[in-house]
Design a protein around this ligand. Structure first.
Ligand SMILES: Nc1ncnc2c1ncn2[C@@H]1O[C@H](COP(=O)(O)OP(=O)(O)O)[C@@H](O)[C@H]1O
Ligand SMILES: [Mg+2]
Length: 340
């Protein structure tokens, strides 16, 4: 059984700071949904509201159409895995995984069966009798996940679960997690500030900004056509470039937006001077100042020198008016997509 999760008009303040602001969202059964946003934007708060650890000031939370807003966490059957896993270090892997089942008074046979199947799924069945303090960080992360899995929760909430792992382990753990979610076919809500994680894990990404979702869509769609300047700036290894356009109509500031890789360096277009260079994977990111004034970052395959004069021309560009993407008729944009 897979579960649908709905939030309708949920708000939460701490003191006079509104952290979640009239937020509505529907997550489909079996969807891998990623909440992406800078630190302090309320990602953890949102998960705590779903889990029932925090109460919203207003709004409702529904699981498969059932209003769980007033239910305590242990009645919601929603599992949450935190950044710090809070495992019992001196207990064995088996002891840690079976802990929630023992608390629920499950029979010995049930516990044994569940622990075996979950630990096989997560490939930690070979370390079941090891103390948690003796296994690797990647394995500890899986034990935390296993401990959540044994309870057969309706929805999984994961709060930056990979951020304590070193880079290599994080990559393999990410792939593992995606596999596990596919295999379980359960609804996951995964919080991260890491765009690479969002891009590789998510069916859909919701970017949290100012207590609302700036955008909800597939990562690639919002990267290619961000609905706002803020989003264009936030997404990507380098921010989107913006250059003012003289518009005849005079109805607000109009700008061209283009990504570093949407540019052709050659004998046409803007004049600019290279101020700094970063190389990455055989490509060069040129930090330039245009003769018109705006600074841009453009990607090129040729090594240049600082101080060099170049010309570049965007081969693809978007138009923004007053900070919002101008969507040309007939253009196919992110789907499904909404601006909450
Ligand atoms: N229990 C709390 N009491 C007061 N302020 C809080 C509490 N929890 C979170 N906040 C504040 O709410 C904002 C969002 O926090 P959080 O949800 O942890 O953000 P994120 O997980 O995106 O980094 C922050 O400004 C944080 O200081
Ligand atoms: Mg957080």
């Amino acid at each position: 059984m897979t579960y649908k999760l709905e939030l309708t008009k949920v708000s939460k303040s701490y003191g006079d700071k509104k952290v979640i602001d009239d937020l509505s969202l529907g997550i489909e059964p079996g969807e891998f949904f990623v909440v992406l946003g800078p630190s302090g934007e309320g990602k953890s708060t949102l998960l705590k509201l779903i889990a029932g650890i925090e109460q919203p000031d207003s709004g409702r939370i529904l699981v498969n159409g059932v209003d769980v807003t007033s239910q305590p966490p242990n009645k919601r059957n929603i599992a949450m895995v935190f950044q710090s896993y809070a495992l019992y270090p001196n207990m064995t892997v088996r002891g840690n995984i079976s802990f929630p089942l023992r608390m629920h008074g499950a029979s010995k046979d049930t516990i044994r069966g569940k622990v075996e199947s979950v630990s096989k799924l997560l490939k930690i069945d070979s370390v079941l009798e090891s103390p948690v303090s003796k296994i690797s960080g990647g394995q500890q992360q899986r034990v935390a996940l296993a401990r959540a899995l044994v309870r057969d929760p309706s929805v999984f909430l994961l709060d930056e679960p990979l951020s304590n792992l070193d880079a290599r382990v994080r990559l393999s753990a990410r792939a593992e997690l995606k596999r596990i979610q596919r295999e379980l076919n359960q609804t996951f809500v995964y919080v991260t500030h890491d765009q690479k994680e969002a891009a590789s894990l998510a069916d859909r990404v919701g970017v949290l900004h100012g207590g609302k979702f700036e955008c909800v869509s597939r990562y690639q769609d919002m990267y290619e056509a961000p609905l706002t300047k803020w989003l264009g700036d936030f997404l990507g290894d380098f921010p989107m470039n913006f250059i003012p356009i003289n518009s005849g109509s005079g109805d607000g500031a109009v700008e061209a937006g283009f990504r570093p890789e949407w540019v052709k360096v050659g004998s046409e277009g803007f004049h600019a001077e290279v101020e700094a260079i970063e190389s990455s994977g055989g490509l060069y990111y040129l930090f330039c100042v245009t003769h018109e004034g705006p600074r841009v970052v453009i990607r090129d395959s040729v090594r240049r020198e600082v101080g060099e004069e170049i010309r570049f021309k965007p081969v693809k560009q978007l138009t923004f008016r007053n900070g919002m993407l101008v969507q040309t008729p007939g253009e196919k944009l992110s789907e499904p997509s909404s601006r909450a």
